[in-house]
Design a protein around this ligand. Structure first.
Ligand code: MG
Length: 153
């Protein structure tokens, strides 16, 4: 595999782990507000991000490409409102979609990698839809009801 591409996939592992770290930070913020339903939703997202990272990890490892773990920066730790937290989730998922699209453009000509990335392209459509739904819930319902609904997702 082209080294520019494998380095970018390696970096995406770091970004997926950062996403998980960000969602865990959001979970901690929501727990501090006693919003257990919201924090449970965030913890599930964090676990999913670890799964995304591992999918990329196994792809590189399966090709005997040496993977390296880089530093993960500290995520934001407080927000001005609960709504702002969920706006941040949607904005973050859109940014991740941009990263995946960038990987797709770098992978042109590498059919196998494009096939692997196709899963992520579809996953990002779902992630953005889910973030939009959750943001709508938080905007339209009283906080206690929104919290309950998020806990059921
Ligand atoms: Mg992800």
């Amino acid at each position: 595999m082209d080294e520019t591409l494998s380095n970018k996939i390696n970096y995406q592992i770091n970004r997926e782990l950062y996403s998980g770290y960000l969602y865990l930070s959001m979970a901690a913020y929501l727990d501090s507000k006693k919003l257990k339903g919201g924090s449970n939703w965030m913890k599930k997202q964090a676990a999913e991000e670890y799964f995304h990272a591992m999918k990329l990890y196994e792809y590189l490892a399966g090709k005997n490409i040496r993977i390296t773990m880089e530093a993960i920066e500290a995520p934001q730790e407080s927000w001005e409102s609960v709504e702002a937290v969920f706006e941040h989730v949607l904005a973050h998922e859109k940014a991740v979609t941009g990263m995946i699209n960038n990987l797709v453009s770098v992978a042109q000509g590498d059919q196998e990698t494009l096939g692997m990335l196709d899963w992520f392209v579809h996953e990002q459509v779902e992630e953005e839809e889910s973030a939009e739904k959750v943001l709508k819930i938080v905007r339209e319902l009283p906080l206690n009801e929104a919290n309950k609904k998020l806990g059921e997702r």
